[in-house]
Design a protein around this ligand. Sequence first.
Ligand code: HEM
Length: 208
Amino acid sequence: MGLKNSYATYGSVAKWLHWLMALCFIGAYCAVYYGIWFFPDARSPDRNFIRGIHTMFGLSVGLLVLPRLIWKVVNVEPHPDPAPNWQHLAAKYAHWGLYFFMIACPLTGWLGTGGRSVNMFWLFEIPTFRGSALFPWLVEGKLGLTFEEWEHPIDIAHKQVFGRWMAWMLILVHIAAALYHHVFEKDNTLRRMVPRAKLLQTESSSEK
Ligand code: HEM
């Protein structure tokens, strides 16, 4: 398996980025709902700790999306298995939708979080927007808003629109489509993204 994609399959870099990103989304969702469901007091130390786990997984998505997009642009796309045109179009739009949420969820989370910095797996810290020099310059200086006024609409976008509904619904559709291809169509769609999976011999899998 090469590092780069071929017309037949994804290379190891694209696969690693895909599954790492999936892991970070799972980590961000599991942490945030574990905190909300099991520690309802939003100011308790346990809830704060778990919020920190959410923000570190969430920001990792934001950090991985740039290399992922660059890698996508500089690589060829594997040719998809034969399917009706509408399915190819739906897959294309769904993938761009997922890229949108890979940017929108971390960005709105980062822009709307209080505190000074986010701990990244106890290795290094990333300043929050509020803790950065941008906040007093842009929000207080140029827009004349307090943090609470600024945070309110961004929190609605992050917590109620993107995070709570739109992103995970698209993720579910994405998983369902991959499983449909694997179980019912019995083609290479899922196999192309799985490390070391053997491709079935089809016209598109024999292309270089
Ligand atoms: C993949 C990225 C992310 C996803 C999918 C995501 C999703 C979510 C969801 C679903 C919630 C709970 C909404 C509810 O109330 O039902 C939430 C809450 C929250 N998110 Fe994110 N988020 C992401 C990244 C981030 C980042 C990067 C930050 C900050 C740096 C952040 C900060 C927060 C905070 C502070 C809360 C409130 C948690 C609490 O009340 O304990 N999120 N997010």
